[in-house]
Ligand binder design. Structure first.
Ligand code: ADP
Ligand code: ASP
Ligand code: MG
Length: 451
């Protein structure tokens, strides 16, 4: 039976960080009977520990990190009324993690990393089910890998929509009708059954994908801020909450680094027109942001986003002016290395670009391999500049408005702006700045455009 009222609720790491946070999140779940599917991240800090273990550590460091991990999860178990059964299950998981970490110290691989890292979400969901059961709720644990079929690009796997839809309909839908289901964000499995992950922060994407597959009425993203703000409130404390925002605007924000949503989250939402709500599990009464397909009078300037750790490649053609095929050859090489270009500006004999790091891998690997650089160097002179930050102004009809350039660049006089991209999209204007100036640039712009 199709349930037009189903709500998928996702809780991020801080919302399941400890016993108290898990109980607050349980309150949120239980406050709306339409929430039938709960998607969780790992408890805060766990994924970082697992990623580090997957990089291969010396025995001492490994033991320390395993202790730290055990401490975080035991702090939750110790406060349960009946901790024994669940402690055994978590102990088994930690034994597994220890074994895989030892293997990683001998030889790492992306498949091993994903297998290891997936334990964070497996553990948090087991613990959350127990919290709900102690509150007399018939909650059921579900292994999302049964339905989240992906390709085998470990670390940033892509879901197979057709298979996901079929598997979710046959395996998840009937369960959701019977009980409150708790499942893992971020992880999936490829055709041979090996565990994959969707890239850091991928649980938001899982929630949206499952919402789409089950034709949910809404997807709720519960995090540590009561909504989407005009910019990261950690960088600009005076940032304002946006009550209503369109899919396009929010997608631009996520793509350009607003960590509050994983960049791919809105793809399923737009495709299937499912509203996404963003709120704080610490303060659900504070309300939040509704992302939907229309908002009244969308403003010229909507928000600012910041993406750090950008690498700028400048490629100078070795041939003389008017050489044909240079850009085509550059793109060919990038495509062969499975890289997509993010921002680009060109002149007759050179091209400057940044590589798309959207949904970076679970291990945070650099995208710029030596093999890619070597191949590019055979064609052109390659300049690499690191530690830059991308600042994006998100808005509406930006390329049609007059005076945007003056308003934006007039106040940024003290800063060295690079690779300005304006005009290709009417939703954004973006540029690179030295990493150390990034926050100051965002504060200055915020003050002038939003305060
Ligand atoms: P979760 O673990 O719940 O997924 P994240 O840390 O991934 O949470 O995302 C929430 C964080 O996103 C906030 O604490 C905030 O610092 C950051 N953030 C960045 N840009 C924005 C924005 N425009 N609005 C709100 N939060 C933002
Ligand atoms: N636990 C994963 C991470 O830390 C996924 C997520 O939180 O969304 O990246
Ligand atoms: Mg997140």
């Amino acid at each position: 039976m199709f349930q037009p009222t189903l709500i998928v609720a996702k809780f991020g790491g801080t919302s399941v960080a400890d016993f108290q946070a898990m109980n607050r999140s349980a309150d949120v779940v239980l406050s709306d009977a339409n929430v039938r599917l709960v998607v969780l991240s790992a408890s805060a800090g766990i994924t970082n520990l697992l990623v580090s273990l997957a990089e291969g550590q010396e025995p001492d460091r490994r033991a320390f990190q395993l202790d730290e991990l055990r401490r975080i999860q035991y702090a939750i178990i110790d406060r349960l009324q009946q901790p024994d059964v669940i402690r055994e299950e978590i102990d088994r998981m930690i034994e597994n993690i220890a074994m895989l970490s030892e293997a990683a110290a001998l030889a790492t691989s992306t498949a091993l990393t994903d297998e290891l890292v997936s334990h964070g979400e497996l553990m948090s969901t087991l613990l959350f089910v127990e919290i709900l059961r102690e509150r007399n709720v018939a909650a059921e644990w579900f292994d999302v890998r049964k339905v989240m079929r992906t390709n085998d690009r470990f670390g940033r796997a892509e879901p197979d929509m057709a298979e996901l839809s079929e598997l979710a309909t046959s395996q998840l839908q009937p369960r959701v009708e019977q009980a409150l289901i708790v499942t893992q964000g971020f992880i999936g499995s490829e055709s041979k059954g090996r565990t994959t992950t969707l890239g850091r922060g991928g649980s938001d994407y899982t929630a949206a994908l499952l919402g789409e597959a089950l034709r949910a009425k809404r997807v709720d993203i519960w995090t540590d801020v009561p909504g989407i703000y005009t910019t990261d409130p950690r960088v600009v404390p005076t940032a304002k909450r946006i009550d209503e925002i369109t899919f396009e605007e929010a997608a631009e924000m996520a793509t350009f680094g607003a960590k509050v949503l994983h960049p791919a989250t809105l793809l399923p939402a737009v495709r299937s027109d499912i509203p996404v709500f963003v709120g704080s599990s610490k303060d659900p009464a504070a309300g939040g942001t509704m992302v939907c397909n229309q908002s009244e009078n969308p403003p010229l300037f909507r928000a600012l986003a910041l993406r750090r750790k950008q690498t700028l490649l400048t490629l100078h053609s070795l041939n003389m002016l008017h050489a044909r095929g240079f850009l085509a050859e550059v793109f060919n090489i990038l495509a062969r290395h499975n890289m997509s270009v993010d921002l680009i500006t060109t002149s007759e004999v050179s091209v400057a670009l940044t590589l798309d790091t959207t949904g970076s891998t679970s291990s945070g690997d650099s995208l710029l391999s030596q093999a890619l650089l070597t191949e590019l160097s055979s064609l052109c002179r390659v300049e690499v500049e690191e530690n830059l930050a991308l600042v994006a102004i998100i808005g509406n009809k930006l390329s049609q408005a007059c005076g945007v350039g003056k308003e934006v660049f007039g106040v940024l006089e003290p800063f060295n702006l690079r690779l300005i991209c304006y005009g290709a999209s009417s939703y954004n204007l973006c540029f690179l700045v030295p990493g150390n100036d990034a926050e100051q640039v965002v504060r200055t712009l915020h003050q002038n455009l939003f305060e």
